[in-house]
Ligand binder design. Structure first.
Ligand code: HEM
Length: 381
């Protein structure tokens, strides 16, 4: 009779998690598939996991509890989070021991906050080093005093809608993750409880304005963010970021900005969808559906995850992606403000200095010049 519990974090406990540990890692890497390939299908009913296939368990397993201690197979099945049949409406009751909850708790309480702090502080340290090494990226030729329209009012509105929404989401999300350790000691129990309750409410609703902003910037900027051969040259020269006086040619957006754009669109879409799955729990099956899509490519991932495991994986995905996005956006905010002279004007006034534009986006300015040339000619005639 095997009544001993595998020790927490032991190898044995990990192996018994339906083999989905591998699935989790693969899934976390495959951001795009998750964002796009998750059809909103209803969850199919499931028998028991493959690892214990063949075990005979009667319908109405919870009703037979008195027999369980005498049956090592049934006990093992329960410990592995096996799913029985139940006649009550809540099908989650078919799982008596939610084994994957141990992995999720370990991840939520230890791994996620630890690696999150490393990522956030690592990026801040890198930016400090970059600033010490390179200083503020100046306009080499100095301000010309003439300006060029870079972003119209709709573009700036869309940018700030995404940006402000994201920053609210990031701050309230970080409070959910780190607030108990960082904010509660500062504010005390009662104020922290209020702040967190309002923050959670704000987090849920700001998600919608983020989605609207995301769709707007996609429509407004997709054309200028399609890759061109100049992007390869720009990347090969490190964007001229690490040396003075050398600016590789770029159109309206350079390769670095295009990467930020596509990252924000794809990761933002995935964040939004996983957020909606969390707001409406047990409604969608993003992981089972994404795994089914991946299995078409030759993977053998489980496609009938129990409801709680779906929620745990969705939460893990949302949290990891949120932290990765925050880390990347910190770098973007640095370069769009103190890191580069003249850049912020593009998103505040919408106009940039002509010399800034010629240095950082020479092909775009040449294109504007070519368009304006006939007008100038007409004026002089
Ligand atoms: C205080 C915060 C922020 C500042 C100061 C800022 C600044 C800027 C500036 C100056 C540009 C235009 C660069 C140019 O003219 O070439 C820009 C573009 C952009 N921003 Fe932001 N931004 C902020 C926050 C955000 C956030 C939170 C997001 C998304 C989550 C975001 C997404 C974008 C995207 C996708 C672009 C276009 C691609 C690019 O230029 O990198 N921004 N931002």
């Amino acid at each position: 009779m095997d009544l001993r519990r595998p020790r927490r974090g032991s190898r044995r406990g990990a192996v018994r998690f339906h083999g989905t540990n591998v699935g989790i890692v693969v899934a976390l890497l495959l951001l795009v598939v998750f964002a796009g390939a998750a059809p909103f299908t209803a969850r199919a009913g499931s028998p028991f996991p493959a690892s214990i296939a063949g075990t005979q368990v009667a319908d109405g397993l919870p009703g037979n509890l008195t027999q369980i201690p005498h049956d090592p197979d049934i006990w093992r099945l329960l410990r592995q989070g096996g799913r029985g049949h139940t006649t009550v409406p809540d099908q989650k009751a078919g799982v008596l021991i939610q084994a994957s909850g141990q992995w999720w708790r370990e991840f939520r309480e230890t791994l996620l906050p630890r690696y999150g702090i490393w990522g956030l502080s690592g990026m801040c340290a890198l930016l400090v080093l970059f600033y010490m090494f390179r200083g503020r990226i100046r306009i080499e030729a100095g301000f010309s005093g003439r300006t060029i329209l870079r972003f119209g009012s709709l573009e700036r509105f869309a940018h700030w809608l995404v940006a402000v929404s994201f920053m609210v989401l990031a701050v309230t999300g970080l409070n959910i993750l780190y607030g108990r350790d960082v904010v509660k000691p500062l504010l005390g129990y009662s104020a922290f409880a209020d702040v967190t309750a309002y923050g959670k409410w704000l987090h849920d609703f700001t998600g919608y304005s983020f989605i609207v902003g995301l769709v707007l910037i996609l429509l407004l900027w997709i054309r200028d963010n399609l890759p061109t051969r100049h992007d390869l040259i720009w990347l090969a020269r490190g964007g001229g970021l690490f040396s003075r006086g050398r600016h590789p040619p770029a159109w309206r957006f350079n390769a670095g900005q295009k990467m930020i754009f596509w990252f924000v669109i794809l990761a933002g879409a995935s964040m939004s969808f996983s957020g909606i799955c969390l707001i409406f729990p047990f409604t969608f099956t993003p992981f089972s559906d994404s795994f089914a899509a991946l299995n078409l490519l030759g993977f053998t991932l489980p496609t009938d995850l129990p409801p709680l495991q779906e929620m745990q994986l969705t939460h893990a995905w949302h949290a990891v992606l949120g932290l990765v996005m925050t880390v990347v956006i910190i770098a973007h905010i640095y370069l769009g403000s103190i890191g580069m002279e003249g850049a912020y004007d593009a998103m505040s006034r919408g106009e940039v200095d002509e010399n800034w534009a010629r240095e950082h986006h020479s092909l775009w300015v040449a294109e504007l010049d070519a368009k304006r040339a006939p007008d100038r000619k007409n004026l002089s005639e």
